[in-house]
Design a protein around this ligand. Structure first.
Ligand code: XMP
Length: 532
């Protein structure tokens, strides 16, 4: 099976906090795009043969020393360009226009008036009168347009809020179409992609799967692949995709570290065997992990111990399988963007790579931990260009069960970072019981799907209580539930009081050794989502 050439758009990243959001919006519009640093070499762009470019915003000022500039190839390509905020200023500056500091920063909602409602960017809107709500966030602004450009929209503060040279397909927006505060922003991006760049769309989970199966087969050939399975959505989708592509050449390794939630090890194994019928090696290493964690209270020390243990066990199991050539992992696009990990080498034309190749490079934050230098695998990372919501859509299209696909994220070090202080089997069991009650009640009330992550934490303090006629001195459970899109910032979930009351009541009654439950009402920042 050969991968179809796919249409793509390139987003050049000039450092805006919204750059990833632009990429997500474009993907939501079913057009494949990649977010590429503005200074990236041209080869990075050529491999995509883009139909157009979007220039992101950014914190710089075009005249500032060291400010990132528009690479020559963008305008030389004669492809359509949409500059957003700083991207618009760059476009104007490079084409001979003038950019000046605004008298004051413009930040927040604004209303713009369309001067050219028939322009392709706006022609699909049906706005009466011809005004749009937009989100502004800029200091500098374009004060003189380059030749060939005209103003397409203006506001009292931004005389050139949208500009364009329709003959050349060059456009600039002073505002941010990618944020939800610009309600028509997505329609505007759609117009640019479909009307101006001539995209046809079709970047759908089904097409991704078809394309990716071919790529995996081409990369792996007859080689053997191992995949660390955690039960989370990323590793499950990776495994399912691999299994569909190469069947029995895949072996999954699931390490039960004793730090998983109630019934989780059984569920992972069961779901996996029922759904995929793939080779699965399940290892119970509970004792091993718990003895290594005995007496350890420092969170980073816990993470390190767990990471190293995992590596050793994974390595031993993988060696037992004989010659293994590839390691599959569920690296996602945000990991790639944030850690700027270079893409793996191009797949060989045919046949499987045998050993050698590049040493596995794995983020320590990732569930898989890190692997020793002397283990030489080539990486297979079928999800490395996907966002989390796309991974979920692929999971659903692959027929994975909903609870697996929509599971909240769970940290690699597991409950060890939710049992604050020393990790013992008894304390883990207390936490597991409390956590299971929280999750059960969230599911029953429909709140599980309305929170991005929710869990219980066992605090390292005891507090006084009274039960019947007895004074108690027992454990405290903290409940944490957050809403967030990206996990970089988060807000505490406004769970209904009666739901919290039910959870609290059940925990103190059903979990031995707990007499108090508190609810965490901190946002991130300044707090983090996990407590350790
Ligand atoms: P924080 O606590 O940093 O968490 O706000 C953000 C997201 O990352 C997860 N997290 C981890 N995931 N290994 C992981 O695989 C870790 O050590 C780790 N620490 C935090 C956390 O659950 C949340 O989703």
């Amino acid at each position: 099976m050969s991968a179809k050439p796919r249409e793509a758009v390139v987003i050049l990243d000039f450092g805006s906090q919204y750059s990833q959001l632009i990429a997500r919006r474009v993907r939501e519009l079913e057009v494949y795009c990649e977010l590429i640093p503005a200074q990236a070499p041209i080869e990075e762009i050529r491999r995509l043969n883009p139909l157009g470019y979007i220039l992101s915003g950014g914190p710089a000022s075009v005249y500032a020393p060291g400010a990132p500039h528009l690479p020559d190839f963008v305008l030389k390509s004669q492809k359509p360009v949409l500059g957003i905020c700083y991207g618009m200023q760059l476009l104007a500056y490079h084409l001979g226009g003038q950019v000046d500091p605004g008298s004051e920063r413009e930040y927040g909602p604004a209303e713009i008036e369309l001067s050219d409602p028939d322009n392709p960017l706006f022609s699909t809107f049906n706005v009466q009168p011809a005004t749009l709500q937009v989100w502004m966030s800029h200091g500098d602004r374009v004060t003189r347009l380059p030749d060939g450009f005209r103003t397409l929209a203006h506001s009292p503060n931004s005389p050139h809020a949208a500009v364009g040279d329709p003959e050349r397909g060059l456009y600039g927006l002073q505002f941010h179409p990618e944020v939800t505060h610009t309600p028509q922003g997505k329609a505007l991006l759609r117009a640019f992609l479909y009307e101006v760049c001539g995209c046809h769309g079709g970047w759908t989970p089904g097409n991704f799967i078809e394309e990716s199966l071919g790529q995996i087969q081409a990369q792996v050939g007859a080689g053997k692949v191992v995949c660390g399975l955690s039960g989370g959505v990323d590793s499950s989708v990776t495994a399912a995709l691999l299994h569909r592509a190469i069947g029995d050449q895949l072996t999954c390794i699931f390490v039960n570290n004793g730090l998983l939630r109630q019934n989780e090890p059984e569920q992972v194994v069961q779901t996996f065997q029922q759904q995929m019928h793939a080779h699965l090696v399940a290892v119970d290493a509970t004792e091993d992990f718990l003895s290594a964690l005995a007496g350890i209270t420092d969170p980073e020390a816990k993470r390190k111990i767990i990471g190293e243990k995992f590596v050793r066990i994974f390595e031993a199991e993988a060696r037992r399988l004989g010659q293994v050539d590839f390691l599959a992992q569920g690296t996602l696009y945000p990991d790639v963007i944030e850690s700027a990990v270079p893409p793996p080498p191009s797949p060989p034309a045919s046949g499987g790579g045998k050993g050698g190749g590049l040493a596995a490079k794995i983020k320590t934050h990732h569930n898989v931990g890190g692997l020793p230098e002397d283990m030489q695998f080539q990486l297979v990372e079928p999800l490395r260009y996907l966002f989390k919501d796309e991974v979920r859509a692929v999971g659903e299209a692959l027929g994975l069960p909903r609870p697996m696909v929509w599971r909240h994220p769970f940290p690699g070090p597991g409950l060890a970072v939710r049992v604050l202080g020393e990790v013992t089997w008894e304390r883990l069991e207390t936490l597991r019981a409390a956590d299971a009650i929280l999750i059960e009640e969230l599911r029953a009330s429909g709140w599980y799907d309305r929170t991005a992550q929710a869990f219980a934490v066992l605090l390292p303090v005891q507090s006084v209580g009274v039960m019947g006629d007895f004074r108690t001195y027992a454990d405290v459970i903290a409940l944490r539930a957050v809403t967030t899109d990206d996990f970089m910032t988060a807000d505490w979930a406004r769970l209904p009081a009666d739901l919290l009351a039910r959870v609290s009541n059940r925990i103190v009654n059903e979990v031995p050794g707990v007499n108090r439950v508190v609810y965490d009402i901190s946002s991130k920042p300044p707090a983090t989502i996990e407590w350790e």
